[in-house]
Design a protein around this ligand. Structure first.
Ligand SMILES: [Zn+2]
Length: 46
């Protein structure tokens, strides 16, 4: 399982969460409980 960065489109909160291709996880913002979550692509440079 890999960890991916997610960003909430509702409140802008960014967090890391597990990402499993086999198991579709319902993504919900831990801050505002919105399901408008977008996957953020990791940048190669910090
Ligand atoms: Zn949110």
């Amino acid at each position: 399982m890999e960890v991916t960065d997610y960003k909430c489109l509702h409140c802008g909160h960014e967090y890391k969460g597990p990402f499993d291709k086999k198991v579709p996880i319902e993504r919900v913002c831990p801050k505002c409980s919105s399901n408008s979550i977008r996957k953020v692509k990791k940048k190669p440079t910090k």
